[in-house]
Ligand binder design. Structure first.
Ligand code: ADP
Ligand code: 5GP
Length: 196
């Protein structure tokens, strides 16, 4: 609780499996709402298409663990075989300035945020169905077939876990993009106006 009391901005977390549409939705949210986006650090090597979607800071494992030891991450997780983390700065600086911060992270990281920042808004993004998720992963054209299978299998576990969890404030199905974005904009405005 103490962590959150220091901040006046809203920490908004879009959670969900790879390929569900988090980056696509957050790019739309940035146009409609006053939100700051932060760049995650990852040990995952850069792949074609990274620049078009979410941009990461790609770092070595040694550097990742150095930063972890120095407590520089707001949250982090091992996803598939790589590490991903949200740097504390500038996210906490934006929050302290009263600005809204938008994170796109996996379930494990979201649960850390839930614990550390109970007032954060956690929105789980679901695909309309499994086959649509698989198609989106393929059509994105960024990952190899083996990577896609790995992401798809992890997605099944994450979705099952999310369905049975009360950690998330809202679950939104990314069926039609405009509709899903409208729903999320309403949720964020509601929360900003004092509702949960
Ligand atoms: P994530 O950030 O969750 O990994 P992306 O935003 O990269 O997912 O989306 C994965 C793919 O699905 C992209 O090619 C994107 O254009 C497409 N996509 C996202 N949302 C929708 C939607 N509502 N309808 C159709 N395609 C979508
Ligand atoms: P991808 O490699 O497909 O871009 O991302 C793989 C997974 O890592 C996705 O589920 C994505 O949400 C998650 N991810 C990306 N950045 C972060 C981060 O900073 N922290 C955590 N916990 N997960 C992240």
């Amino acid at each position: 609780m103490a962590n959150q009391e220091k901040h006046s901005g809203l920490l908004i977390v879009l959670v969900g499996p790879s390929g569900v549409g988090k980056s696509t939705i957050s790019r739309r949210l940035e146009k409609q709402l006053d939100v700051c986006y932060t760049v995650s650090a990852t040990t995952r090597p850069k792949r074609p298409g990274d620049e078009v979607g979410k941009t990461y800071e790609h770092i070595s494992r040694e550097e990742f663990f150095r930063r972890l030891d120095r407590d520089e991450f707001l949250e982090y997780a091992q996803v598939y075989d790589e590490y991903y983390g949200t740097p504390k700065h500038p996210a906490l600086d934006y929050l302290a300035q009263g600005r809204n911060v938008l994170l796109e992270i996996d379930v494990q990281g979201a649960l850390q945020v839930r614990y550390q920042y109970p007032d954060a808004l956690l929105i789980f993004i679901l695909p309309p169905d499994e086959q649509t998720l698989r198609r989106r992963l393929m059509e994105r054209g960024r990952d190899s077939p083996a990577e896609i299978e790995k992401r798809f299998r992890a997605a099944r576990r994450e979705i099952q876990m999310a369905k049975g969890s009360r950690a998330f404030d809202y679950k939104v199905i990314n069926d039609d993009l405009d509709r899903a974005v409208d729903e999320i904009v309403k949720i964020i405005r509601h929360k900003r106006s004092g509702g949960i």
